[in-house]
Design a protein around this ligand. Structure first.
Ligand code: ADP
Ligand code: MG
Length: 429
């Protein structure tokens, strides 16, 4: 795939999109009425692309188009248009394994226009906004845990035949520009005085300097950068934070996998857990009373614990029932339920696997927290706290916890000990 802009590429606008869709939209997708009756609104609150809602008389769809640069960085930060294709492909693979209950349906992809159309999610709202508003969701942990388990298991060497898995690796290998953004923004820039870093200053100046001098933490960060770059374990969503999840009280949809590539499983899980913890530490900026703050923080810790345990339970189930996948092959770990020895051996193998994954997940969670506070792309959970002193207090505690997760990941026995530790709040940096 070339990075050149295709000859027919043209950024769409609310005015041009109806005529374009009239030609390109598959016949099965009937918006109803004529193109001049379709209402188009651009809603891209994201950082990278144009997102249009196209409302016909019978049906509404969403059209997402990549721009040849990164929206948040302006035209000075060029970025390949191929990311639209990677996002489309990732959505297709995710839906194959996690189903349309958790992943929006896609309608068509136009490579030349770097654009695809998908299901309009309504009345769904971006989870991050809802978390800031202090809302709770009954099915969220179950849904996210299930999504992660299914997508990671079925695209890994444990659940997918080696030839297919390697073909999948090849398919996503060229999404390297988006990987490079992660490598720079998460794994490198927060750990030295990079130009794009952006923290609450001057309140956090001393804290950020401490991070830059923290050789012990930086060594771990660099080790995990290498793991991110080399461990092609499974098809990652690649950007699984609370801004990539849309929710209603009963429904959860995971959107925006344009960073999708074959990477370490712990990255996706750690990303999500890191964002729950960012929400946790931001609460004093949002809740009116100490009691409300404590109560919501407990809910967030519950979410962290439940998401992890749903993930592990579901992944184990898939593994127990597996019929293919060359890693831990069925021939070695027999499926016969009354073959106790084989059953035990498989369980031991799984325990070891989850132990490593758990430690890696905690480190990745800590890395996500650091980068959202020190690096280029902050999160609204903190950014929208107007009082800079209060914001800095919240962020300082988050940085202290992030360091614990990165440097002392191996000391946490299980996810509830992480929860207990966070709630006790006995950490300083
Ligand atoms: P970007 O990759 O540029 O960050 P996103 O995929 O995150 O773009 O989309 C930007 C915003 O558009 C989302 O925050 C959400 O509000 C809205 N959006 C995206 N996809 C859909 C959809 N399928 N249905 C409804 N709204 C959507
Ligand atoms: Mg995006």
């Amino acid at each position: 795939m070339s990075n050149a802009i295709p000859a027919g590429y043209k950024p769409q606008t609310s005015e041009t999109l109806p005529d374009y869709l009239a030609i390109k939209l598959p016949a099965a997708i009937k918006l109803g009425g004529t193109p001049d009756q379709w209402q188009v609104t651009e809603v891209g609150d994201g950082n990278l692309n144009m997102v249009f809602i196209v409302k016909g008389l019978a049906k509404t769809i969403v059209v997402k188009q990549a721009l040849p640069w990164l929206r948040a960085g302006g035209e000075g930060w060029p970025l390949s248009l191929t990311r639209a294709g990677f996002e489309y492909n990732a959505l297709c693979h995710e839906a194959q394994f996690a189903g349309h209950k958790l992943v929006p349906e896609v309608y068509f992809y136009d490579q030349e226009m770097a654009l695809f159309a998908m299901e309009y999610l309504t009345p769904h709202v971006i989870l991050r906004k809802e978390l800031i508003a202090g809302k709770k969701f009954t099915n969220l942990a179950y849904d996210v845990g299930t999504f992660i388990a299914r997508t990671l298991f079925h695209t890994s060497d444990i659940g997918m035949p080696a030839d297919k898995k390697k073909a999948l690796t090849a398919k996503f290998a060229l999404n390297h520009e988006l990987c490079k953004i992660t490598e720079d923004l998460i794994f490198t820039e927060p750990y030295y005085p990079a130009e794009r870093n952006n923290w609450t200053s001057p309140q956090l100046d001393a804290d950020v300097k401490k991070v830059w001098n923290d050789t012990q933490m930086i060594q771990v960060a660099m080790r995990y950068k290498f793991k991110f770059m080399t461990e092609a374990q499974a098809l990652l969503h690649g950007d699984l934070h609370s801004g990539s999840i849309m929710v209603t009280q009963s429904d959860t949809k995971i959107i925006d996998p344009e960073f999708g590539f074959m990477g370490p499983m712990a990255f996706d899980i750690g990303n999500y857990i890191g964002n729950l913890l960012l929400a946790f530490f931001s609460r004093p900026g949002w809740d009116a009373t100490a009691q409300a703050c404590e109560e919501y923080q407990h809910w967030l810790i519950g979410q962290m614990e439940e998401t992890w345990s749903v993930f592990v339970t579901h992944f184990r189930q898939l593994w127990n029932q597996k019929t293919q996948g060359e890693a831990w092959p069925v021939e070695i770990y027999q499926q016969c339920p009354d073959n106790d020895l084989a059953h035990d051996a498989r369980e031991i193998a799984q325990d070891q696997f989850f132990e490593t994954l758990f430690e890696d997940t905690l480190v990745n969670a800590g890395m996500e927290m650091n980068r959202r506070i020190i690096g280029f792309a902050g999160v609204a959970d903190f950014k929208l706290i107007d009082d800079a002193d209060l914001r800095a207090q919240c962020e300082r505690r988050a940085l202290a916890m992030a360091r614990e997760l990165i440097v002392n990941a191996s000391l946490f026995e299980n996810i509830s000990s992480v929860g207990q530790f966070v709630l006790k709040g006995k950490y300083e940096y």
